[in-house]
Structure formats: C-alpha cells, structure tokens
Write a protein that binds this ligand. Structure first.
Ligand code: UTP
Length: 297
C-alpha cells in the first residue's frame, strides 16, 4: 500500500479567543518558547514522513507563508555580521517538504476548511493536523506515524488522535464513544462539545487525523451547525453511521496536546516549553520560584 505523505494544515480560523493578540497576526504564529506554533507542527509532520503540506489559509495569514520561505538575505546578513551561531535556527527552512497554500474563502468552520483540500488531495488518504496545536513537548510526538499504520492495517476510513481530559473540560472538544477500552479502539460515535453529563467518555479529539478521501463526501453531506459552521466531527459521525470503520488512538503518556487556541492553555504551553528550554529554562525556573515565593511567603 502506498504510504501517506500529504498533510493538510488548517490555519484559517480567526482566533477570536486570543484577541487582541490575534488582531493582526495569526494565532498559529504566536511563539511557544522560541518558535511559532506552526513551526512545531511542520517539524512534527516532517519527522513522520510527510512530503507535501497544504495550508488552508485565510485573510491575515501571509506571515505563515513567509515563515516557511527560504530567506537567503537574512542568512547572508547573519554571516556578514558574524552571527553564524544563529544559522542553525534556519534548518527548518531546508526540511524535505513541499509547501502548498490555498485559501478558505469563507470561514465556514473546520470541516469546510478540510473540504477546501479536496482538489489538491484527490483520491488518496491524507493527514489533517490543526495548525494551532502541538503534540508532545517540543512536538516530539510520532503519533501520526502510528495512526497511519493503524489506518493501513485496518482499512479504516479514519483514525483520530484522542487525549483523556478532565470531565469538566469535555464541553470544549469533540468526544469519542469508544467501543472498547485500550489505547487503540474502534469509535462508535463522536459528539461535538457535549456537556459533562452527556459525554460518552473523557476522550477528546486531539488535533490529528488520518482520513480516507471518503471524508470529502461526508463533508459535502454535513449540514452546518452552530454559527453556520461545518463541523469536522459531524462528518466523521456520518462516516460511522454509513458503516465506515473509524479508529481512535490515545496519545501515549508524556505526549500531551498543547492547544494554543485560548489564553489558559496557551500560557500553560508557553511556561512548560520555556521552563524545559535547555539554555533559558534553568534561570527562568529560578526566577519563577523567586516570584512565587515573593507572592506566597
Ligand atoms: P478553532 O476551532 O480554534 O477556531 O479552530 P478559530 O476560529 O481558529 O478560533 P476562535 O474560536 O475564533 O478563537 C481550530 C483550527 O481550525 C482552523 C483554525 O485555524 C485552527 O487551526 N479553522 C477553523 C479553519 O481553518 N477554518 C475555520 O473556518 C475554522
């Protein structure tokens, strides 16, 4: 079976929950530690063998395209001014991956954003990775590779990454009804943002998917829900109702999802990445400890 090497990265959303930080810059370009979020996403996808990457972009997102351009002038300037030590920071520009961009011309939700990839993807399976979520500290996760293997072994229509979240937080996510326990399971249903009392589990969709091209037909038949948005979760539900096999894979221990979509989780992600930074982490830790002690003697 041919390997899967196309990844679709939706980055068109407005990021209203992060205003005013996102008024004139994409949330996907916010730094987490030293790098913008979307760079971690691309590094993760490169590591798991993706070769073509389609960004679904929108208004105000051109800095994402600029970030992945080769910037010869900047490199030359660093050489000329004796700042060679910074050149290593540009290795990501040379990743063996080809970039493509298309616009989601109307912001009709994540499902609609994925549908915008149909012409590019054609009749083959592909990965979807949300541009505002990092998997694992410094994006070291290889979960997408294992999801691709699961997809191929089971002739699945979709494999979805899940993370166990506290019951009080299930109403922020698409939540699985798993057929069995364990780290890999068949999914009997997915419910978008259920209340804790209605949630079929605490397994929240964690920003990574592998899809057969049948998802496009499901998306076309998905009615828009709240705010006129076409939900990807509803299309997955249609797939399951049509008899397709959809699998879930839990993120392994130590590979959390860092969601940059709201300030609460963004601040946590930034703290964790900065504290784990080889160069700046130790002194930051001392500083934070002093700060906390000063406030709570
Ligand atoms: P969110 O659900 O966080 O929506 O998107 P949002 O619009 O970006 O943010 P808020 O709710 O206004 O704060 C999850 C992912 O889907 C993309 C986003 O860019 C993000 O990577 N997305 C969302 C699109 O590409 N298009 C859309 O119409 C909606």
């Amino acid at each position: 079976m041919a390997d899967i090497n196309i990844a679709v990265v939706p980055v068109a959303g407005l990021g209203t929950r992060l205003l005013p930080a996102t008024k004139s810059q994409p949330k996907e370009m916010l730094p987490v530690g030293r790098k913008p979020v979307v760079q971690y996403v691309v590094e993760e996808l490169t590591r798991v063998g993706m070769q073509r990457l389609l960004f679904i972009t929108g208004p105000g997102k051109s800095s994402i395209e600029n970030h992945f351009d080769l910037n010869g002038e900047l490199i030359q300037m660093l050489r000329e001014t004796g700042k060679e030590d910074l050149l290593a920071e540009f290795e990501y520009e040379r990743a063996p991956i080809q970039y493509f961009y298309t616009r989601q011309r109307q912001l009709l939700g994540l499902g609609h954003a994925v549908l915008c990839a149909q012409e590019f993807v054609g009749d083959q399976p592909f990965v979807v990775a949300l541009g505002d979520s990092i998997i694992g500290l410094y994006a070291k996760s290889k979960v997408v590779r294992r999801m691709i293997e699961c997809f191929q072994e089971n002739a699945a229509a979709a494999v979805i990454a899940f993370e166990e979240v506290p019951l009080a937080e299930v109403n922020n996510y698409g939540v699985a009804k798993p057929r069995s326990t364990g780290d890999v399971f068949q999914v009997d249903d997915v419910v978008e943002k259920p209340s804790p009392s209605e949630a079929p589990s605490r397994l929240a969709i964690a920003a990574r998917y592998v899809f057969a091209p049948t998802i496009f037909e499901a998306l076309k038949h998905t009615r828009s829900g709240k705010g006129g948005e076409i939900q990807l979760t509803d299309a997955i539900r249609l797939l399951i109702q049509g008899g397709a096999r959809v699998y879930g894979m839990k993120l392994p221990n130590g590979e959390r999802r860092f969601d940059i979509g709201n300030f609460d989780t963004y601040f946590r992600a930034f703290c964790e990445f900065a504290l784990a930074d080889e160069k700046y982490g130790p002194s930051l830790r001392t500083y934070v400890e002093q700060l906390l002690n000063a406030h709570h003697p």
